[in-house]
Design a protein around this ligand. Structure first.
Ligand SMILES: [Zn+2]
Length: 254
């Protein structure tokens, strides 16, 4: 504790369980040689895509002061207004429930990953098999939403880790990828968030995440390119070694 600067100390007082994460954040920033710039494929037209230095989803401190049902009521009201402004007749029986349906979908489904209460529990098991090779969980289907247009990002996440003292149930890897996907996202941040979460939860440095995804904001509007897809990656620990990295990519058929 004595080496901590005052900012970290303050955070330690405020939220002790996140201290490890914050220190890790710093470490990863220094260690992960694959910065965003290497990974970013510029595929938007008039978008003002930009990066912040943090991999955290930008959230306000009062983000959870409203209950889920208060959020649904309020979003529904605003969505009704948007449809009204667009000229839709909300007395039509096909449309009349749309605002409430959208509000429920936002809060309870597609953006439920904004709420840390919905984060899957990452229960570890001791690595009694002494398994010390790579474990790859590939082709995890992800549905996310581009935070610039709120239209779908549909893709596959491939995750690998080399266990040290612990292993985890395989479905948890899918669940954690899906949890971070269910937010307004940019693919680079999604990739880093999943990677950092796994380094933290699995108590191993050796983690890799590759995401291949189609962005409907590119396919269905703007430049309307239905052929392009975006690939992002996170390599940590041994996965920075070329031989380990290429073993992983070989399992992905790359
Ligand atoms: Zn977009």
């Amino acid at each position: 504790m004595k080496n901590m600067n005052s900012r970290f100390l303050l955070e330690a007082i405020k939220k002790p369980n996140e201290l490890q994460y914050n220190s890790l954040d710093k470490k990863l920033e220094m260690n992960n040689s694959l910065g965003h710039q290497d990974l970013w494929i510029e595929n938007s037209d008039d978008d003002s895509d930009h990066f912040t230095n943090t991999s955290d989803t930008p959230m306000r401190s009062d983000a959870f002061e409203l209950s889920e049902s208060e959020k649904i009521t309020s979003i529904s009201k605003h969505f009704k207004e948007i449809l009204h402004i667009l000229g839709m007749d909300l007395t039509d029986e096909s449309l009349c429930d749309t605002p409430n349906r959208v509000a429920k979908m936002y809060v309870k489904e597609i953006f439920k990953g904004l709420n840390p209460a919905n984060k899957p529990e990452m229960k570890l098991f001791s690595n009694k098999f002494k398994y010390n090779q790579m474990l790859v969980e590939k082709n995890i289907t992800i549905y996310s939403y581009c935070e610039h247009h709120l239209v779908p990002i549909i893709g596959k996440a491939h995750i690998a880790y080399i266990p040290e003292n612990y292993v985890i149930g395989l479905s948890k890897l899918n669940r954690i990828a899906q949890y971070y996907s269910r937010r307004p996202q940019v693919q680079e941040r999604l990739t880093v968030q999943i990677g950092k979460e796994l380094v933290n939860s699995l108590k191993t440095n050796h983690v890799a995440v590759v995401i291949e995804a189609d962005h409907l904001c590119v396919a269905s509007r703007g430049i309307q390119d239905i052929q392009s897809s975006t690939v992002t990656s996170f390599y940590n620990g041994s996965f920075n070694d070329e031989s380990i990295k290429s073993e992983f990519l070989k399992y992905l058929g790359k």
